[in-house]
Ligand binder design. Structure first.
Ligand code: GP9
Ligand code: MN
Length: 634
């Protein structure tokens, strides 16, 4: 009697072990790949235990799930999963090298930009990167050898015990993932939906958990989109068709036609800084001088939402409001816009954006081409001869920008975004170069902020001098504004102390949340006056269109030079300012600013409806990529 027909006990045991070894190896190999990837994201990757557990949880769920597949396709499925996930890791590597950013499913479909990286793959890929796929032939060899020398199949049928044990393992894997999502969101609310810095997210929660969060966002936005009817599209279209522009001084209409446009977005520049003195010293003498030589708008309120700097950029360039949820720059980079750079390029301008941070921060490398910028000069392109805080110092940024602008074809639209005066305002390099007696605020957030502003001002002064020397000062419209507020609510008391004002109430606080806006019109001296009416950055594109004589068809704003402006300043949460009244429809409140006198809400209810309607149009435009329909002639 031979052994045929009977599977010997030791062979069965052996077989169990081989399959177990296969999946254990697969688990370990995938985790190792992402371990090395995370080292490329940051050489001092955080490796918080909760993040490591979450990565392990994801790989556990994947390997266990694939180990339940039908025996005959199990090997193929496992190796396909391994291949795809290795491809994801290598795609990340290439994105990191090209854009200093992680790959995101949100940007799939931005074909022009995918092409950009595809063209450079050979230059970006390193021989060692192929190691990410090296396990696959080894696994195939392992299975082949085992099959050759054993009579029993490598992969087994799934019995009940194994099935339930696997389900249990999947539950065990899911727990740390859910925990990491929850704990990170708790620490940094909104971070996983806004994804403002994907590499930072990756460094905090691990590359795999980042990808899971990113895939969840992409799926949410793709599959849970409400349908839009033709009637709705025509309604939005009519809104823009019927948008009336009020009367504005004739002598300014088209006054700056053909001039260059230089827009400077200053990080965290809040309005109270203008003309501020501390211990007898002017904090921003250069800015103050610039303001005196410009049309100065002192009633501009920040309209940004969770996109901070990127929302300010978005508002100024597109004339649209920020996204109702998530961030426009990361959610809607695939949309088509009639934004300032595109409109000006169509008029023969060259448009360029300059910023001293990594190109992937806030998804700028994707969003700028979508808005029509033909060049983006980022930290990758500047000579990084001085780094302060998040990136290139403002000193170096402004210095290099002068010669870049000098060498740029005219006319141009240059959009400059400063960086050094970023929260928490205490980067070393600032203090080395800047002297300001901030007593009694030394060493506090307020003291550091004032020093940061002085630092910015010194460098801005040199920039203006540089423009004067190369003749650009007299041939360019220069607009400067603060992107958003600087002093958080928890530090109200410092602002009260600095300004000697009581800011206890919300409307007083809101009144202080203004950001300055100054527009210098070359050759026009008559405008050196303060314009106090309430307005927002959203009004900038229409204002440039008026001054420089072009058409801007899809913005919600209106020309800031209009006489008797009565447009409400709309905030993303539906509240608005009209005249000196702050209206908050959610709490049905209307108060006079800054004193807080209670007014009859009902008087403002119709305007609240109008505001709601405009914000809903904005959402439709973003969600359904409507801009091309709005400008199409029927
Ligand atoms: C970084 C900077 C970020 O590029 O623009 O500013 P934030 O959005 O954090 O204010
Ligand atoms: Mn900012």
């Amino acid at each position: 009697m031979g052994f045929s027909g009977h599977r010997p006990y030791y062979a069965k045991k052996d077989n169990d072990r081989r399959e177990l070894i296969f999946f254990l190896l697969l688990f370990a190999v995938i985790l190792t790949k992402f371990y090395f990837l995370e080292l490329e994201v940051s050489s001092h990757a955080t490796r918080n235990p909760a993040s490591v557990a979450s990565s392990a949880g994801i790989v556990l769920c994947l390997t266990v799930a694939v180990s339940l597949f039908w025996r005959k396709v199990r090997a193929f499925s496992a190796l396909t999963v391994d291949f795809l996930i290795s491809l994801l890791a290598v795609t990340d590597l290439l994105h990191l090298r090209y854009y200093s950013d992680m790959f995101t499913f949100m940007n799939i479909g931005l074909s022009a930009q995918v092409g950009e990286i595809a063209d450079s793959v050979t230059a970006l890929i390193h021989p060692f990167d192929f190691l990410y796929f090296a396990d696959i032939p080894l696994f195939i060899f392992f299975i082949y050898i085992s099959r050759k020398f054993r009579s029993v199949p490598f992969f087994k049928k799934i019995g009940a015990i194994r099935f339930f044990a696997s389900l249990l393992l999947i539950v065990v894997g899911v727990i740390p993932v859910v925990y990491r999502f929850w704990s990170y969101e708790k620490k940094v609310p909104g971070v996983l939906s806004s994804m403002w810095d994907r590499t930072a997210v990756c460094n905090n929660i691990g590359a795999l958990t980042y990808h899971l969060a990113d895939a969840k966002n992409a799926a949410g936005h793709t599959f849970f989109k409400e349908k839009i009817s033709d009637v709705q599209i025509s309604e939005v279209k009519n809104f823009f068709k019927e948008k009336k522009s009020g009367r504005a001084p004739d002598h300014l209409q088209g006054f700056a036609k053909g001039k260059n446009l230089i827009v400077i977005q200053v990080e965290s520049l809040q309005q109270f800084i203008v003309d501020l003195r501390i211990n007898g010293t002017e904090v921003t003498p250069n800015l103050n001088r610039f303001v005196r030589g410009s049309a100065y708008f002192s009633g501009i309120y920040s309209q940004t939402a969770s996109g901070n700097s990127s929302d300010a950029e978005f508002i100024v360039n597109t004339g649209l409001y920020p996204s109702a949820s998530g961030v426009a720059y990361t959610r809607f980079a695939g949309n088509r816009y009639e934004a300032l750079p595109k409109v000006l390029e169509d008029k023969g301008y060259v448009s360029l954006a300059l910023h001293g941070d990594r190109p992937g921060f806030w998804n700028r490398h994707r969003m700028y081409p979508s808005m029509g910028f033909s060049r983006f000069i980022s930290k990758k392109d500047f000579v990084v001869d001085e780094n302060i805080g998040m990136g290139l110092s403002d000193a170096s940024f402004f210095r290099q920008s002068i010669s870049i602008l000098d060498n740029t074809q005219k006319p141009f639209y240059a959009f400059l975004i400063t960086l050094t005066s970023h929260y928490p305002y205490n980067f070393d390099g600032i203090f080395k170069e800047t002297e300001l007696n901030t007593s009694p605020f030394e060493g506090t957030l307020m003291g550091n902020y004032l020093t940061s502003m002085k630092y910015f001002d010194d460098k801005f002064g040199s920039f203006i001098e540089g423009l004067r020397k190369n003749g650009l000062l007299d041939s360019s419209v220069i607009a400067l504004y603060g992107d958003h507020t600087a002093i958080p609510a928890w530090d109200r008391s410092s602002l009260e102390k600095l300004l000697g004002r009581n800011l206890k109430n919300d409307w007083e606080w809101k009144y202080l949340q203004r950001i300055p806006l100054a527009i210098k019109i070359p050759g026009h001296q008559a405008l050196q006056e303060e314009i106090k009416g309430p307005a927002g950055l959203i009004d900038l594109p229409d204002t440039f269109a008026y001054l420089m004589d072009f058409e801007f068809r899809t913005g919600f704003g209106t020309n800031l030079f209009e006489n008797d402006r009565s447009e409400p300043v709309i905030f993303r949460n539906g509240s608005f300012i009209t005249g000196n009244v702050l209206v908050e429809p959610l709490s049905r409140s209307a108060r006079e600013m800054p004193e807080g006198k209670v007014l009859d809400y009902e008087k403002y209810a119709p305007m609240a409806e109008e505001v709601k309607k405009r914000l809903s149009y904005n959402d439709l435009i973003l969600e359904h990529d409507l801009v091309p329909f709005l400008v199409r002639e029927d």
